[in-house]
Design a protein around this ligand. Structure first.
Ligand code: NCD
Length: 306
């Protein structure tokens, strides 16, 4: 069986720390890695829109000396003719050495992994999980803060449908002394199954609030998210909730001087462009980190040592 990454808990904490160390080494010594995946092929199968995830995977494979193939819309694949995910994956695993896949259905990458002889990476499945964004977030926190423990993190926005939040809460629940502050409208609270599994069962402290401004002074990290329009059942609810939180320079006046602001992107309205100039805005550095950690992940899943 090939090694897959479907859920962030497929990796042990030691393995995640090792991936972060490899990513740091890639950042420091990129030339050392430039031929590591020569003659290897990465397929990116995106059944849902993407900018950063797909392009960072492709850029990562190219920077390792490998090649890429794939599609960025289900409509340009045989899915449009009625082919099943299983048959599509079976086919692609005949051509590629490793597959990154995004799909609107929760669990689709896991189902795909049952049909594949090569590693499958979940690049986002519906409103469920997004483990490689989590690796990006962890590398970013590590680089910004110098540690992955002992801080207070606020998750703000759509905690219900935001798959990056679910995976990151799961990942951080395995590190020590982290305080979780969950900031969302009542309708978009973190799902009970995530809270139970990641926090309650382990006795990890968390608070829930609808009010960002009252908690901002206590945060070391603020993880902003977009309201996930595509997961709503009706437009009226989306329109009512979409601008629940808008981060502005004024709102940051009471925040810590060493706050780190993360966002998986894309942003819509939830962080004004004026915030980009604030040195605490880490989200564009986070975009860059996404490439390096995916390089480290590709090497690991292909079993290549540099
Ligand atoms: C996220 C996603 O696709 O879940 N984007 C990303 O991969 N960086 C977040 C989002 O779409 O809001």
């Amino acid at each position: 069986m090939p090694r897959n990454l479907i859920d962030i808990t497929d990796l042990s904490v030691e393995e995640i720390d090792q991936l972060i160390a490899t990513a740091e080494d890639i950042i420091a010594n990129p030339v050392k890695y430039q031929d590591a995946c020569a003659h290897k092929q990465l397929a990116t199968l995106f059944f849902e829109p993407s900018t950063r995830t797909r392009l960072s995977f492709e850029s990562a494979m190219l920077a390792l000396g490998g090649n890429t193939l794939g599609f960025s819309e289900a409509s340009s694949s045989s899915t449009a003719k009625g082919e099943t995910v299983g048959d599509t994956i079976h086919t692609v695993s005949c051509y590629a050495d490793i597959i990154a896949m995004r799909h609107p259905k929760e669990g689709a990458p896991f189902a795909a992994s049952q049909f594949s002889e090569v590693p499958i990476i979940n690049a986002g499945d519906g409103g469920h999980n997004h483990p490689t964004q989590t690796l990006t977030d962890l590398l970013t926190i590590h680089r910004e803060k110098g540690r992955l423990n002992n801080f207070t993190i606020g998750f703000c926005g759509d905690l219900k449908f935001g798959r990056t939040v679910h995976s990151l809460v799961n990942a951080l629940s395995r590190y020590d002394r982290i305080n979780f502050v969950l900031i969302s409208p009542t309708e978009l609270k973190l799902p009970r199954y995530v809270k139970e599994e990641a926090l309650k069962k382990k006795g990890i402290p968390y608070t829930q609030t609808t009010d960002l401004e009252s908690v901002i002074p206590q945060l070391d990290i603020l993880y902003m998210t977009r309201v996930q329009k595509e997961r709503f059942f009706n437009e009226e609810d989306y329109l009512r909730l979409k601008d629940s939180y808008i981060l502005t320079p004024e709102k940051l006046e009471n925040a810590k001087a060493d706050l780190s602001i993360l966002h998986p992107l894309p942003r819509v309205n939830e962080i004004t462009v004026a915030v980009d100039k604030d040195p605490r805005a880490a989200y564009w550095r986070q975009v860059k980190n996404g490439k390096y950690i995916r390089m480290a992940l590709i090497l690991k899943l292909l079993g290549i040592q540099v």
